[in-house]
Ligand binder design. Structure first.
Ligand code: PLP
Length: 377
């Protein structure tokens, strides 16, 4: 099986697994207990917090552990909306549902929410953002990189514009973390979400960076863990794994990104040359590992199913939306018709992808397209 769906999730790194096994075997204590078993667990959580903060240039006390990207996004959007005096939210039409849906929830409760449009490459226009933050706005939430296309948003510019208007900025960096260098100070954001299972860590762990002094209302109430922002006994083995995954991602980032970009570019060139009519969605400023390709007149889902039968895992977009038949809201927001959007397939490569796999992958895509084109009326 060739795995080309790293944006959906990634395999656990063996070093992460070893760190988690050690935590599972020897440290069962509750980090809130004052006895030595509890304190041993506390030390593991503290170490992980330093490792996690290190990936994004934050201080350890600015990290709130959560269950993953979805929870971090919800805590940022709903937590600021509840705590802030400003009423409005500005976001983009291409956010992941973990941001869009809490924004829609707030809209239904009477908050003014602006969903900024994007251009054909999937990027928001800073002038439109500047215009939108002028009124009674509490938060701008703009993703760093898109999960479907890999398109990178001008978050630092957006943060400068928002800051000038005194508005907080959150970025969903779930896809960008481990693939792009991230420094929260350079980005100028006050909140940033990321997730363990996208960077070879375990599922069920994630973090929200909350800049010192930013006020948030928690989603869950009932204890003092995570500075009361996310109470409940910590998932110590998952947090340990997430910490190790962040440490590895930081150490390997440059080399991994360079290598995977070469593989992705090679694959992309092969498909564009060998499958007439194909084109890439998402412009030139994209994550190094992602290519989203339109196969006009064909159905992306049919290509995905055929590739699965041929031994290759890809997807048509966000895994959590794959149950519904609607075309990617990201591609539609980029100005594509529903039919165009449905013809696209996302290929996302990663740390374990090999040269040989990428060559084989392009052959399999050519084969799948041939099968489907022959079946066309
Ligand atoms: N945000 C983006 C951009 C994502 O790609 C994802 C997952 O695909 C999420 C949020 C949700 O993260 P998690 O799966 O950790 O809940």
């Amino acid at each position: 099986m060739i795995y080309a769906d790293y944006n959906a999730t990634t395999p656990l790194d063996p070093e992460v697994r070893a760190a988690m096994n050690e935590a599972l075997d020897v440290t069962f204590g509750n980090p809130s207990s004052i006895h030595s078993a509890g304190q041993a667990a506390r030390r593991l959580v503290d170490r992980a917090r330093v490792q996690v903060a290190g990936l994004i240039g934050a201080a350890a006390d600015e990290i709130v552990f959560t269950s993953g990207g979805t929870e971090s996004d919800n805590l940022a959007v709903l937590g600021v909306a509840e705590a802030a005096t400003g009423h409005g939210i500005v976001t983009s039409a291409v956010e992941h549902k973990a941001v869009l849906d809490p924004c829609k929830y707030l809209q239904a409760k009477g908050h003014a929410v602006t969903f900024l449009p994007v251009d054909r490459d999937g990027r928001v226009d800073i002038a439109a953002l500047e215009a939108a933050v002028k009124t009674d706005v509490a938060l701008v939430s703009l993703m760093l990189a898109n999960n479907d296309t890999g398109a990178i948003q001008p978050v630092a510019e957006a943060a400068r514009a928002a800051q000038a208007a005194g508005v907080l900025v959150h970025t969903d960096a779930v896809q960008a973390a481990g693939k792009l260098p991230i420094d929260v100070k350079e980005l100028g954001v006050s909140l940033l979400s990321f997730s363990s299972h996208k960077i070879h860590g375990p599922k069920g762990a994630g973090a929200l960076f909350v800049r010192r002094g930013v006020r948030l209302t928690p989603l869950v109430h009932g204890g003092r863990q995570e500075r009361t922002l996310r109470p409940g006994t910590e998932n110590v083995p998952a947090i340990v794994g997430f910490g190790k995954a962040c440490e590895l991602a930081r150490a390997r980032l440059d080399a991994d990104a360079r290598r995977v970009a070469e593989l992705r570019d090679h694959f992309e060139k092969q498909i564009l040359a060998r499958v007439p009519g194909t084109r890439v969605n998402g412009g030139n400023q994209r994550l190094p590992n992602t290519t989203n390709i339109a196969f006009p007149r064909l159905d992306g889902e049919a290509i995905t199913i055929n590739l699965d039968m041929l031994g290759m895992a890809v997807s048509t977009g966000a895994a959590c939306s794959s149950a519904d038949k609607t075309p990617s809201h990201v591609l539609v927001a980029m100005g594509q018709s529903a039919a165009e959007a449905r013809s696209s397939v996302r290929f996302s490569f990663g740390r374990d992808t090999t040269d040989e796999e990428v060559d084989r992958a392009s052959n399999l895509v050519v084969q799948a397209v041939k099968i489907l084109r022959e079946a066309l009326p």
